[in-house]
Write a protein that binds this ligand. Sequence first.
Ligand code: FMN
Length: 189
Amino acid sequence: MLKDLLIKNRSYRGYDRSVRMNHSDLEELVELTRYTPSSVNKQPLKYHIASTEEEVMAIMPYTLWAKGLKELHLPFPGTEPTAFIVISQDLSIDSHDSYQRDVGIVAQVMLLGAVEKGFGGCMIGSFNKAGIKELLGFDETIDPKLVIAFGKPAEQIVLIDTDESGSTAYFRKDGIHYVPKRKLEDILN
Ligand SMILES: Cc1cc2nc3c(=O)[nH]c(=O)nc-3n(C[C@H](O)[C@H](O)[C@H](O)COP(=O)(O)O)c2cc1C
């Protein structure tokens, strides 16, 4: 059921590195994006799959995780993701900035696909664009928009309703990661 997949699809920041997602699994996730809508059907997005240990660990320093829990320096050493997909906009197809919406759609679709396969991931919007471009050898037409980490989740994440304070800040207690979500009555207007 879609709701079950959505609930399982959390932002995981710790992975079991003994279980790798292979390249064909990741290609299947990219293939899913071919069935998503795109503004004016331009489809300007391109995908770089990083699935080797070497490339994944080279990308890691360019990514920033859990700004809200900076002091933890997640992911803990040894629990890094085992793959990344870098979503870029091919500016030679269309350079308009409205395609950030397309990016959100394809990102969620790929993450749901990963969850369906027993994996999980985390969107990384805080990344060093210049560093990633140089590392991956992208020319000036390929503009990275979002990085997604993938792997076998090794974290317990619990969704909770926001309390009276209304705070949406995620937090950790006894090793469990809690994510407050606004209640239905709070998001209807
Ligand atoms: C567009 C976007 C960018 C994000 N960028 C980052 C990021 O750079 N680093 C990170 O650790 N989490 C990132 N996240 C994950 C959010 O922090 C996460 O969605 C939020 O804490 C709620 O947790 P949940 O996804 O498990 O519901 C991003 C999420 C979105 C939607």
